[in-house]
Write a protein that binds this ligand. Structure first.
Ligand code: C2E
Ligand code: MG
Ligand code: MG
Length: 658
């Protein structure tokens, strides 16, 4: 779990690192901890050489001068040197045997005692009546040692100063004690040397600090880059790359029989929140959903944000049942309403689930399966969907159909047919609904109920819809003035930029006045995107385009839409008119809707009239217009023209039962 640990903990790295690189200064570990004393452990040769020089000089002076105090000092020095060498060699051989801090403390203490001894040795040499060469040797050694120590202790200038002081002060005092002119000059020069060395030490110290600071900043920056490369900047969750790495690791560490559930989430209302409340609110929604996901998933889960409103969650599970429980728990948690700045949002997600070890054996297949399950959940408007192999086949078939539809669109293999809407009082045609038809070269006629949802899903509906509107408007422009044209419009078409202008442009090109167009929409346009729906309808209503609410009774049938938006027609879905569920119940519903339409001045259309009895029944219930196979199926534009001509010449008249 090393990587996941690293990835998870890198969240705190980001937080900490931001704190570290503040303009006020870098909070870094003290310079002293950064390895000056490591040479004791890693390279004892320097210590051996310095100790040898120390040993040689002290014993030369002591033995050649025959002085007892120098002898005593040489003994003490040798003991200290031996101790230091022993520690150093021991640490080099067995670096993990004792604590580094303790060794550093002992070495520092012994170094201080050694400096004091060298200072004393130098001072004694000056004061004792010994050979001048030996005095010179001891003095040079003492001052060289003091200078070397100040540089050695550049990481702690106070310590460097102390070493210099405990050597220089006895030397100066001894020189003053001797009092010869040369010694007085020495007493004068040594403080200068001390100050110069101190200045040098300070400068080296500053440079060292800068080097350490730069290297630390580089380290922090590289940690931040690493974090950003693997995480989503907004939610702090893993991104695509981070997720792949973590999932690979989870799979590698997965024991036999262990399964991994992959949950692919799609937030339902991010676009709506972005558009109605702004992007800050959208960001808050994303962060809150990320927080909720984290809060209700186990510690060992891997969570990531993919793209704008998609999240992925990988969790080790024992069985499918375990995965189902987890999905229910997470889904319930995510569906709790949440308060953003201005409103309470009905939070929600669709979840596609696939299980590694059952549905898939590779990461790419697992991801593909979870994504297919997500599509299924979205198409079926379910909270969650578990992958089953049949979905894969269905998906492949859909992909093929998607390709064929694209080809059909570009080769103009589609056709627009027209189905008349009849005034149930006069029996005359008052409008035609444009219905698209696709005859596939191999599969034959494909129902719009199959390919329209596909076109919506893939975005092809925009091209398709524009084409239908243009074709239908051209045909309708040749019809008598009082005959209107109805076209169906899907939510995706309505959301396309400049949708309203596009429709008006198509009407202008065809020469069809805009008041002759009726746009049929279903309630789904309000469910998915109220803001766009309002703008779209307002723009076209201003241009005198009419609206019909299609398939009424199949969705929420919310009366609030009728209150808020201006509809000229309500089309009662054909399931209330023909089909197995028709009876007193559906009759009562038609009656109620027709009564409401009458009071609101909205025409009520009964769809799916197939028999004369149904004509009679819907008319009695109060419907003013009818549409259905009883009157005519959807026909080509030439046939539609023929129907109009016959009606115009009083050659025919749709039979309306009385
Ligand atoms: P819709 O707008 O409710 O269209 C009416 C559907 O009812 C048509 O099916 C029509 O053929 C069918 N229908 C009419 N009379 C009867 C009847 O007496 N009995 C029965 N059983 N059915 C009847 P179609 O053409 O298969 O269209 C299905 C749906 O596809 C349409 O429902 C509409 O939502 C969509 N659609 C069709 N063409 C277009 C289009 O150009 N653009 C868009 N966005 N959607 C379209
Ligand atoms: Mg329709
Ligand atoms: Mg309909």
């Amino acid at each position: 779990m090393a990587l996941r640990y690293k990835l998870r903990s890198s969240e705190s790295i980001l937080a900490n690192s931001v704190e570290t690189i503040t303009p006020e200064g870098v909070s870094q570990p003290p310079l002293q901890e950064r390895g000056f004393y490591d040479s004791y452990f890693t390279a004892p040769l320097g210590l051996v050489l310095a100790s040898s020089a120390n040993f040689l000089i002290s014993w030369s002076c002591a033995l050649l001068s025959g002085s007892r105090p120098l002898f005593a000092s040489a003994v003490l020095m040798s003991a200290i040197l031996a101790l230091r060498l022993a520690i150093s060699v021991f640490c080099a051989i067995a670096p993990n045997c004792c604590s580094r801090e303790r060794v550093v403390q002992v070495m520092m203490a012994s170094e201080t005692v050694l400096s004091a001894n060298i200072g004393l040795f130098g001072a004694l040499s000056l004061m004792l009546p010994i050979d001048g060469d030996l005095q010179l040797l001891a003095l040079v050694y003492a001052l060289t040692y003091a200078s070397a120590m100040t540089i050695r202790c550049a990481d702690r200038p106070e310590l460097a100063r102390a070493h210099m002081a405990i050597i220089a002060v006895p030397t100066i005092m001894a020189a003053l004690y001797v009092g010869t002119p040369a010694m007085l000059v020495l007493a004068l020069v040594v403080p200068g040397l001390a100050v110069t060395m101190d200045t040098l030490t300070q400068s080296v110290h500053r440079d060292l600090c800068n080097i350490v600071q730069n290297s630390q900043e580089r380290k922090v920056a590289s940690e931040q880059y690493e974090f950003l490369a693997l995480h989503d900047g907004l939610t702090g969750l893993l991104n695509r790359d981070g997720f792949h790495l973590s999932l690979e690791e989870m799979i590698t560490l997965c024991g036999p029989g262990q399964r991994i559930a992959l949950l692919w989430f799609d937030l339902r209302n991010l676009r709506e929140v972005n558009e109605s409340q702004g992007y800050t609110a959208g960001d808050k929604l994303l962060c809150e959903m990320a927080r909720r996901m984290r809060a209700c998933t186990p510690e060992n889960a891997v969570l990531a944000r993919f793209g704008s409103d998609e999240f992925l969650l990988a969790v080790p599970v024992d069985s499918r049942h375990h995965a189902e429980q987890l999905v229910t728990k997470v889904s319930d948690h995510l569906h709790r309403p949440l308060r953003l700045d201005y409103a309470v949002v009905e939070a929600g997600t669709a979840i596609g689930v696939a299980i590694f070890g059952e549905d898939s054996a590779t990461i790419s297949h697992l991801m593909q399966s979870a994504n297919i399950a997500l599509m299924q959940a979205k198409v079926q408007d379910k909270r969650s969907c578990f992958y089953v192999p049949a979905m894969g086949e269905e998906r492949a078939e859909r992909k093929e159909m998607e390709r064929d539809l694209r080809a059909a669109l570009s080769r103009e293999q589609l056709e627009v047919h027209f189905q008349p809407l009849i005034d149930l009082d006069s029996g005359r045609i008052c409008s035609f609904e444009a219905l698209v038809r696709w005859t596939h070269p191999q599969r034959g006629e494909i129902s719009p109920e199959v390919f329209i949802p596909l076109a919506e899903e893939t975005g092809q509906i925009i091209t398709l819809g524009n084409w239908v509107t243009a074709q239908a408007a051209q045909a309708a422009a040749t019809w008598p003035e009082h005959i209107k044209l109805a076209v169906n419009l899907s939510p995706t078409q309505m959301r396309a930029p400049g949708a309203a202008l596009g429709i008006l442009h198509a009407l202008r090109l065809a020469g069809l006045p805009s008041h002759r167009l009726i746009i049929e929409v279903t309630e789904s346009i309000f469910l998915e995107d109220c803001v766009h729906a309002r703008h779209f309808m307002d723009d076209l209503s201003r241009a005198h385009v009419h609206f019909a609410l299609d398939d009424f009774g199949t969705g929420y049938s919310s009366l609030s839409y009728l209150h808020r938006y201006r509809f000229d027609k309500i089309k009662i879905d054909r399931s209330f008119v023909c089909g197995p569920q028709v009876g007193p119940h559906s009759d009562a519903i038609i009656r109620a809707v027709a009564g409401m339409g009458h009071k609101l001045g909205i025409e009520i259309v009964a769809e799916g009239i197939e028999t004369v009895e149904q004509v009679e029944s819907v008319r009695r219930a109060g419907c003013t217009l009818g549409q259905g196979f009883y009157f005519s199926r959807a026909v080509t534009s030439q046939e539609a023209q023929k129907l109009l001509d016959q009606e115009e010449n009083h050659l025919s008249h749709f039979l309306v039962a009385q």
